[in-house]
Design a protein around this ligand. Structure first.
Ligand SMILES: Cc1cc2nc3c(=O)[nH]c(=O)nc-3n(C[C@H](O)[C@H](O)[C@H](O)COP(=O)(O)OP(=O)(O)OC[C@H]3O[C@@H](n4cnc5c(N)ncnc54)[C@H](O)[C@@H]3O)c2cc1C
Length: 587
């Protein structure tokens, strides 16, 4: 497995120089977070990721999880790493101070979360879902629920899960059939089976809080009849002590392609006691609080795996001696030159680097909007909410597709050795692949973007607010050529978005995936021009030159991908729907 080194220099450049977070914190009344404090948090986070989590990653993949006598055990070292994580307060980074959280800005937490995922995405998944559960309970739980559970979830003493999926109800949650019967004491008896539940059981904590979607007896059909319930693994007594086990169990563990260190469970609820979170039949809206955060976090997993794959490929390309470089002998003392001197290997490494650093910059733009949503005034909060809504499917869909492309390139740079387990590169592809599927497949992200966030947003403010945010970035570019180029990319994207939103529903659905990628490449074009413009002021000459050259590569070789996506998205869906029945297979 390649040794992971957190990309702290790039993170510091993006936070301090490019996004000017010190000014941003000042505007939000968060001026305690000066640059030294931010750097110290990044440094401590990188130590934990590099020294504690990364060494467990390969072993976790080899060992995977086990289910014995109804109890799950995770790979060696995972539980003690988690105990160290919560003891050092990392789990509480984003929790509210009302329940002993640290209320840290997201723009500081997100780089740490990236590091955790790069080091060991399987391990990270459970704490990620716990953070999302904290958000749902904080926003929708009543006072009693918060007082009973929130402090434990925020500290990480207990973990959270998200129980949506059933065998017949994946993308289409209107089909879910788990039932909730009201009981005399105000609680509910939950009965049904959920599949694919990440962290459904583990050997890290003595309680787990399941957030379960189920139907009340009087529920209307479809998604409007779904409610959300908090169902503890172990009942909590009035004095806060743990009581009897609840009537729920792990049916089995899934055998998976990747993220093997994370237990993926079939969960059976057999009249298990639960409490309503939010109003009756409001479950999907409440769960969306959790899902939207989780979608961003899954996008971050794509970025994180890209970074790990790039680091592995770069190290290998510098070491591996094969052939002579076409531009002439590079290492006369060796029989061959390092493959990094081959233009085709350069193409792969630069594709990895440009996509990874561009995605990181996008994730931090998003994180800054999360800060504004939490700490800003009413007007700026509303705008931030719109931008977050618009960018969520792009971050999730694009950055996870990139995670797979970049980890695939990682294997390619290693040649046949990339296919062999001991090098760790094939694990990255297997771990990345799930990110395109869970939290809503990327096809569904694309539909969410083009339909809910674009065509059905009658006021058009989600698009407008996003456009204005990027227009502001363009206006700050100092160099006239770069500014004009960024302006042209942004205008073309905005006009195309306005054009596509008026097409028929079938054409819109047919255009969805292409529009998501077209949007992502366009926005990354603006980001790269803006980043490299800022880097011209940097005292770090390596970073300055690296950003300039990578920007040039992105503009020349990756940005043109957007034109193919644009052509496709403006086509009607006629060709997609023309092939009928046996025309698919001639059998
Ligand atoms: C390892 C793992 C961990 C998971 N963790 C969790 C978890 O913790 N909690 C949880 O609740 N779930 C979890 N899931 C479930 C996951 O979120 C679902 O698998 C996912 O949402 C897709 O549902 P599905 O598998 O039923 O696919 P389906 O919904 O059957 O989709 C199959 C294909 O059809 C496409 N499709 C379906 N409907 C449409 C449509 N309307 N328009 C266009 N295309 C469509 C999809 O994009 C996909 O390509 C996990 C899954 C895995 C594999």
């Amino acid at each position: 497995m390649p040794n992971y080194k957190a990309p702290v220099t790039d993170m510091q450049f993006l936070l301090h120089d490019w996004l000017k977070t010190q000014d941003h914190y000042q505007r939000l009344g968060l001026s305690d977070y000066d640059a030294d404090l931010v750097n110290e948090i990044l440094s401590q986070g990188s130590k934990f990721a590099e020294e504690v989590l990364s060494p467990l990653n390969r072993e976790g993949d080899e060992q995977s999880c086990k289910l014995e006598d109804g109890k799950v055990t995770t790979p060696n070292g995972f539980a003690s790493a988690y105990h160290e994580y919560i003891a050092n307060g990392w789990n509480a980074m984003l929790g509210t101070a009302d329940y002993d959280g640290q209320d840290l800005p997201n723009s500081i937490a997100v780089p740490i979360q990236e590091m955790l995922n790069s080091a060991n995405v399987s391990w990270r998944l459970i704490s990620m879902l716990t953070e999302s559960a904290v958000l749902a309970v904080t926003k929708h739980g009543d006072q009693a629920l918060k007082d009973t559970y929130l402090a434990k979830l925020i500290s990480g003493e207990w973990t959270g899960t998200m129980c949506l999926t059933e065998p017949q109800a994946g993308t289409d949650l209107s089909l879910l059939s788990t039932k909730a019967e009201p009981l005399d004491d105000g609680s509910y008896a939950i009965t049904g089976s959920k599949i694919f539940i990440s962290g459904g059981d583990q050997d890290w904590t003595d309680n787990i809080l399941h957030l379960v979607l189920a139907r009340l007896p009087d529920a209307p059909a479809g998604v409007k009849g779904i409610s959300l319930f908090l169902v503890p693994k172990i009942m909590v007594e009035e004095n806060g002590q743990l009581g009897a086990p609840n009537t729920l169990s792990v049916g089995s563990l899934e055998k998976k392609m990747g993220i093997k260190g994370c237990p993926t469970c079939v969960m059976n609820f057999d009249s298990a006691k639960g409490w309503l979170v939010g109003g009756p039949h409001q479950g999907l809206a409440c769960m969306f609080t959790m899902m939207n955060d989780a979608r961003f976090q899954v996008g971050l997993q794509g970025l994180s795996i890209s970074e790990a794959a790039f680091q592995g490929a770069l190290e290998y390309a510098r070491d591996r001696l094969q052939s002579r470089a076409p531009q002439g002998v590079q290492e006369p003392s060796s029989k061959a030159d390092p493959i990094i001197h081959q233009p085709d290997v350069r193409r792969m490494l630069l594709t990895q680097k440009a996509l990874t650093e561009g995605s990181r910059a996008l994730s931090l733009i998003y994180a800054q909007q999360m800060d504004i949503e939490r700490f800003g005034d009413e007007a700026s909060k509303a705008k931030a909410e719109n931008i977050i809504a618009f960018l969520t499917p792009i971050v999730k869909g694009f950055m996870t597709d990139m995670g797979t492309e970049v980890s695939n390139l990682g294997v390619q740079v290693y040649g046949g050795h990339g296919y062999i387990r001991e090098w760790g590169m094939e694990q990255l592809i297997r771990d990345a692949r799930i990110t395109q599927l869970y939290e809503g497949t990327n096809g569904i992200q694309a539909l969410d973007l083009i339909s809910r966030k674009l065509a059905r947003d009658k006021t058009g403010t989600m698009l407008t607010d996003t456009y204005e945010l990027f227009a502001e970035k363009v206006s700050q570019i100092g160099h006239a050529d770069a500014k004009a180029q960024a302006e042209a990319i942004l205008q073309e994207w905005h006009q195309t978005a306005l054009q596509v939103k008026t097409v028929s529903p079938v054409d819109l659905a047919g255009a969805a995936y292409d529009f998501m990628h077209y949007s992502a490449y366009s926005l990354l074009g603006v980001i790269w021009l803006s980043m490299s413009d800022t880097a011209t002021q940097s005292e770090n000459t390596v970073l300055k030159q690296g950003k300039a050259n990578t920007c040039a590569f992105f503009l020349k070789r990756l940005l043109p991908r957007k034109d193919a996506y644009k052509t496709n998205l403006l086509n009607s869906a006629e060709d997609l729907m023309a092939v009928e029945g046996s025309e698919f297979d001639y059998i």
